[in-house]
Design a protein around this ligand. Structure first.
Ligand code: SF4
Length: 167
């Protein structure tokens, strides 16, 4: 039996956008470090939300930031743009699911400071079922020995694997 891969939030998000990207992330194949969009992403999280705890490691995932609000933990996920909003919300729900499984009550907020947008995110019973089904599907997918062939999609233009896939 092959080893099981850790399913991180970034892999869940990538799986929705591009399965090849999810496979590459699962093997720790690093994106190109000179990708300007990665650098911009880091700067955005450093620049905004200075008073929050950032990059909190929890149960195999990294939470962008956390803060306590009215007895409930608020988990923030910071994105550069709202382009892949639905995938980002699912990623955040995956974090809320992990916290829920550890008996931690939490709410989520998707933060897009450059667009001055925020979206509240809650974990519902339907989400729990969806996430459990999806993570089983991802776990099976990650067993494949090779990544899927690259497919030109909109996300390629700003993807940190662009050079890797298309050079
Ligand atoms: S460059 Fe395109 S095909 Fe390659 S991993 Fe990124 S989104 Fe997927």
């Amino acid at each position: 039996m092959e080893k099981a891969f850790d399913i991180k939030g970034s892999i869940v998000q990538a799986y929705i956008v591009c399965k090849r990207q999810a496979w590459l992330l699962s093997r720790n194949i690093g994106p190109s470090s000179d990708n300007p969009f990665l650098e911009i992403g880091k700067l955005i999280s450093q620049e905004y939300y200075k008073n929050d705890k950032k990059e909190v490691y929890f149960d195999g995932v990294v939470l962008d930031l956390i803060r306590q609000e009215d007895e409930v933990l608020l988990v923030g996920e910071i994105k550069r743009s709202s382009r892949a909003k639905n995938a980002a919300i699912l990623q955040l729900k995956f974090y809320l699911y992990k916290l829920f499984k550890n008996n931690i009550k939490a709410r989520g907020k998707l933060l897009i400071p450059e667009e001055k947008k925020t979206f509240d995110v809650e974990l519902t019973t339907d989400d729990i079922e969806e996430i459990e089904t999806l993570t089983e599907e991802i776990a099976l997918f990650l067993y494949s020995q090779l990544p899927p062939q690259p497919q030109k999609i909109k996300a390629c233009s700003k993807c940190s694997y662009k050079e890797f896939c298309w050079a």
